[in-house]
Design a protein around this ligand. Sequence first.
Ligand SMILES: Nc1nc2c(ncn2[C@@H]2O[C@H](COP(=O)(O)OP(=O)(O)OP(=O)(O)O)[C@@H](O)[C@H]2O)c(=O)[nH]1
Ligand SMILES: [Mg+2]
Length: 225
Amino acid sequence: MEQSKIIQVTESIFSENERVAKVLRQKFADSGVLVLNLVSSPGSGKTTILERTAADLKSELNMAVIEGDQQTSNDADRIARTGVAAVQINTMAGCHLDAPMVEKALESFDLDNLDVLFIENVGNLVCPAEFDLGEDFRVLALSVTEGEDKPIKYPVMFMSAQAILINKIDLVPILGFNMDECNDYIKRVNSQAKLFELSARSGEGMENWYQWLRQAVRTKKAGKK
Ligand SMILES: Nc1nc2c(ncn2[C@@H]2O[C@H](COP(=O)(O)OP(=O)(O)OP(=O)(O)O)[C@@H](O)[C@H]2O)c(=O)[nH]1
Ligand SMILES: [Mg+2]
């Protein structure tokens, strides 16, 4: 394809995504459901964080999860085992979720009966940054196994997050991970994001994340029309 045609196709993909994301944002506002777009590299622990959150909070919050992966329903199956409703999207060759995919998945849920909808994006620190899903907040998981410098290597994604969960802190002593250095890098690209250090495996630090989540749910409900 010529350069000009490639640019036209790319622009039309983005503008269609923006159009549908706007529709979704209005829908989420009308029903007062808090929507979080969970992004990270593959294997940072997004699903494990959601499994633990689902198990710990399902008696106080009505939650549902949209899972995005190229293939398999592994993640949706894991969430379903906690008793929280989950729908799997398979993007096949795609490296991110887009707003039309989310719109289709919403057919499975009654938004008016939900407090929180989590959207677990495809594991990728690059492409999902470009696609608005109509979410209230983008929550980025970074695991300590990935190294301290990911925030400055993938700044676009880190800049776009409102909350950053530094996961797998149970492994810090084994890895010799330098938390101060990582926090400095995060602050360099995004000084506004709320930071949490936690382990979805041991449960350490999860309560701080839950408090942020509860507050975000309250704020969203208060803003409901
Ligand atoms: N030690 C430790 N391992 C963890 C923690 N959280 C997740 N894991 C492990 O990390 C691996 C990947 O976790 P997942 O939850 O599948 O990661 P993910 O981000 O959902 O992965 P994708 O959906 O494939 O991108 C699994 O073996 C988890 O058990 C943690 O806090 N500590
Ligand atoms: Mg996952």
